[in-house]
Each structure stands twice: as C-alpha cells, then as structure tokens.
Design a protein around this ligand. Structure first.
Ligand SMILES: [Ca+2]
Ligand SMILES: [Ca+2]
Length: 141
C-alpha cells in the first residue's frame, strides 16, 4: 500500500482510455448486478452509491444527511442513470453516466490534486483505478 496524488488530468486520462474504462465499468456493473439479470435495479444501484463515497461527495451527500433525504437523492441519481426511464439501468446507461460523473469529478479536481491511499484488495472506486494508473506511470518512469 502507498499513497498517490491524483488530479483532474489523471481522471481524464483514465476515462479517455475507452477500452480500459469500459472494461472497468463492465466489471463494476457485473459486481453490482446482484441477481444477474443484466440490469441494475434501484436497490442495486443504491448499494453501489453507498460504496462510492467520492461520488456521494460529488453529489453533496455527507454523513449527517437524514435517511429520507438520502433516499430522495439516490432516486434522483438513479433517474440520471436511467436515460430511457424504463426503471432499470442497463450496461450502456451505466457506462455513459459513469463517464459523465468521472469527468465532472475531473473538472472538480482541476489542478487541485488529492491524495489517495492505495490499499490492497480495495477496488471499489473508479478513482482508485485512476490512481493505480497514475501509480503505474510513476513507477515505470
Ligand atoms: Ca439486477
Ligand atoms: Ca434504462
């Protein structure tokens, strides 16, 4: 385990590598699709957000947010993912929205880097994968 500094360009590099990004998104999608029906339900996606703490930060959630507020917030996030409003999120919708979120996070980071701890076995977050990419660049340079 180590620490790596990431900024907006790290995240943007990660997202712009379409093959890698889609693979990560698909892996994530499969992990989240708990009943393996090929789509994410509201409950499945909510579970995902509870593990993406940085995304919660992006949407302005903090630990003091009351449960009913959280439910409203997760509903609104789900609606963003569910582009065709059919009540489920398919693979394509998931990829597209994750990409938008990561780019928004990249804009938010801008040139103001954050420190990420690299912990073995923690592959929960996309930012972690972006951080790994940065770490591999640094170590091979
Ligand atoms: Ca499912
Ligand atoms: Ca849909």
């Amino acid at each position: 385990m180590g620490v790596v500094i990431i900024d907006g360009s790290t995240v943007r590099d990660f997202v712009s590598n379409e093959a890698e990004f889609n693979k990560s998104a698909d892996d994530k999608f499969e992990a989240l699709d708990l009943n393996n029906d090929g789509v994410l339900s509201r409950a499945e996606l909510r579970k995902a957000f509870e593990s993406f703490r940085l995304i919660e930060a992006h949407f302005g959630v903090d630990v003091a947010t009351p449960p009913d507020e959280l439910t409203k917030l997760y509903d609104s996030i789900f609606d963003k993912f569910d582009c065709d409003n059919n009540g489920t999120v398919d693979r394509e919708e998931f990829r597209n929205e994750m990409k938008k979120i990561m780019l928004a996070i990249a804009d938010g980071l801008g040139s103001c880097p954050i420190q990420m701890a690299l912990e073995d076995g923690d592959d929960e977050s996309f930012l972690k994968q972006a951080a790994d990419l940065e770490a591999s660049k640094t170590s091979s340079a």
